[in-house]
Write a protein that binds this ligand. Structure first.
Ligand code: SAH
Ligand code: SF4
Length: 478
């Protein structure tokens, strides 16, 4: 094939397998199986990366613990999207001085987007000397080599060189659950929204081969997974780097055609590349969940332009309308930023009217956080934190009312839901998700976990639906 590939070679991966074997040998000679603690901040991509880190750790002979004190290896997978996430990481890492003092052979590793930023790596190097290994998203596949280095040596190891990024296929994975699974279809981002750090830390867009994705999907379905979420920063541009052979809609169709009873979800869609072909594919594919997460970020054209989002308010509204025309019961969710530099009160009103027009089922609302190195961080930002907070609260209150109303419209309906776990509500002890991804607290027996069932929705609030498994009494009697 003629397109440019950016894959880590099998020779390089074999070298890493060699390091895994060495660590496994060292661990096998220990009296008790060593323990690892993996903590994850941020988005689903990070969750998926942590599953690979756990996979590699398991291969290297580690068991897992939720206690930092007990752990022989601590890995913290960090996020850089907002300052708040970084502050929390630095706070928690600072506190690990004590666990390390009590257990000097403990190895502390930090990875993920935050550490890929030179300023954060520098700060860790200078002021967090108890951290042994620091590696960015580009060096994830080299974790075995780094861990081996830390186990046998005493030098601190930093693998945070800038890179456009590559693809490492075939890393071991240890998944968190048995029902829902993440499946990365592409990495990186080319969009450079002016507020966002992701393109700087995760490199350029690169798509996995369709055949590799299909092989993973088949494996997940065979293992009994019922809910598969395809991951990418902008899944709609999937395949652009594969010479246009397979685009995202075609990939969806290929997975939809696999035999089995399962649902396909995906995140995130960028409005500039979403449209008719995607919506038709979603409408036609029975296994593709009728849920579209389509971040709009701002309702005003000047702000959208300054954000470098490359669509307009009317363009966005037309997309939402078309998606609803083709899929009347689609669940629409979105992300929005409040307080982008220079966004005026009048411009913010455009965000308020947009949510009123679209009536999203749910909205993820963020107050703008300046990120070093991004264009927006250099823009004049005259509005105070209090002003932004006030707008944020108005927006959240308006959306809460919309979500509550949307949820109320489910009352009395029967929904096919996937039962996915236990809730902490004694009256509705199970959790489930509708096809559109809405959370349901459910009455019914544990045996239903992992099944698609029909549920009668009996009540709702802003955040969730409450329902009863139809035939649950009979199930319980069995
Ligand atoms: N690739 C995805 C989103 C990745 S980040 C997309 O384009 O939709 C997830 C969300 O965090 C974004 O949608 C945005 O709403 C928010 N976000 C990103 N950078 C931010 C910043 N600097 N300040 C506040 N929110 C931000
Ligand atoms: Fe960030 Fe924009 Fe890329 Fe999403 S599309 S990751 S918001 S730069």
């Amino acid at each position: 094939m003629s397109y440019k590939r950016t894959e880590i070679s099998s020779e390089e991966l074999r070298v890493q397998e060699g390091f895994m074997a060495k660590v496994r040998e060292l661990n096998a000679s220990r009296e008790n199986k060593p323990l690892a603690f993996v903590d994850t901040y941020g988005c689903q991509q990070n969750e998926a990366d942590s599953e690979k880190i756990r996979g590699m750790l398991a291969e290297m002979g580690y068991d897992f613990t939720r206690s930092e004190r007990e752990a022989d290896v601590i890995v913290i997978n960090t996020c850089a999207v907002r300052e708040h996430a970084e502050t929390r990481v630095f706070g928690n890492v600072g506190a690990l001085v004590h666990t390390k003092r009590a257990k000097p052979e403990q190895i502390i590793a930090l990875c993920g987007c935050m550490v890929q930023q030179p300023s954060a790596a520098e700060r860790l190097k200078k002021s967090y000397r108890h951290v042994d290994i620091v590696f960015g998203p580009h060096a994830l596949w080299r974790f075995p080599e780094l861990l081996y280095g830390a186990v046998v040596g005493s030098e601190r190891l930093f693998a945070v060189d800038p890179s456009d990024g590559e693809i490492a296929e075939g890393l071991p994975v240890r998944r968190d659950g048995k029902i829902k699974a993440w499946l990365s279809i592409m990495y990186g981002c080319n969009n450079f929204c002016s507020y966002c750090v992701v393109p700087y830390v995760r490199g350029r867009e690169r798509s996995r081969r369709p055949e590799d994705i299909i092989a993973d999907a088949k494996e997940l379905i065979a293992a009994g997974y019922k809910d598969i979420t395809l991951l990418g920063q902008n899944v709609n541009s999937y395949g652009g780097d594969l010479g246009g052979e397979t685009d995202f809609s075609e990939l969806l169709r290929m997975i939809n055609d696999l035999p089995g009873d399962f649902l396909i979800r995906f995140m995130t869609s960028h409005p500039k590349d979403a449209g008719e072909k995607l919506f038709r594919t979603m409408a036609e594919c029975g296994k593709v969940a009728k849920h579209l997460h389509l971040p709009f970020q701002a309702g005003n054209d000047r702000v959208l332009k300054t954000m470098n989002r490359r669509y307009t308010r009317s363009g966005y509204l037309a997309l939402a309308e078309r998606a609803r025309e083709l899929m009347p019961d689609i669940v629409l969710t979105s992300d929005v930023i409040v307080g982008f530099p220079g966004e005026t009160e009048v411009e913010f009103e455009d965000t308020m009217t947009l949510i009123d027009r679209v009536k999203f089922d749910a909205l993820f609302t963020f107050i703008y956080s300046p990120r070093k190195g991004t264009p927006a961080a250099e823009m004049p930002d005259p509005f105070t934190r209090e002003e932004k907070q006030r707008r944020f609260e108005r927006l959240v209150a308006a959306q809460n009312a919309i979500s509550a109303e949307k949820h109320a419209s489910y009352n009395g309906t029967v929904q096919r839901v996937l039962v996915d776990g236990l809730s902490d509500d004694a009256d509705f002890p199970l959790t489930a998700r509708t096809n559109g991804g809405r959370l349901v607290h459910l009455k019914g027996g544990r045996a239903l976990i992992g099944d698609f069932i029909d549920a009668k929705i009996v009540s709702s609030n802003t955040w969730a639906l409450f329902g009863e498994a139809i035939g649950a009494d009979r199930e319980a009697e069995k």
